[in-house]
Design a protein. Sequence first.
Length: 201
Amino acid sequence: MGERAVNLTIQPFIETCIGRKFYFLAEDPGFVDEEIAQGGAKLCRYTGQTKEIGMFYSVNEHQVLVSEIMEKWKIGDPYEGLRHDDVEAILNDVNGPAKALLPDYRSLEASIERKHRRFYGLPLEKTAECKHADLIALMVEGRSLLVSRGETMIEGGIPAVYGELADKWIAENGKSVFCLTPAGAYRAWMHRLEKLKRRRK
């Protein structure tokens, strides 16, 4: 059986959790917090390759952690941290090494990311501060979730200083990775969102 032909006369879309169609190529596809909260809560990071079967770690929980790092260590805007991976709730979370091999995917992700950032009043490109906090969070997570405690990520190119910063964060703040259920991750992200939105008024 040959490959299924793609009907290019239909604009590609997905149906979201609220029954809406999200059109990937639309100039203004629209973004809805409920879709982001549900999608991110159900989406497992690290391609599910955590060291124990019960370690489900969601995109939402990651975003909350990045936001908290930015707030407590006064690194940029915590609101950006909470939303920096929102687009994954629509496109999925493709691991970095695989994403590097998928230029068309990266182009689509970048396009939707710009539309998302414009919609929510964020800088059109991910700020250096958010990238910094994201890498700290990555290593904090690695310490808890991965067999190598994140050392393979350093081998892969993350500067070793982020391992040191992760250890400092854990020493100051204690346990930061909770492997919340999807329902718990949904509530945590929504609670954090409402808290930060009140501050921005």
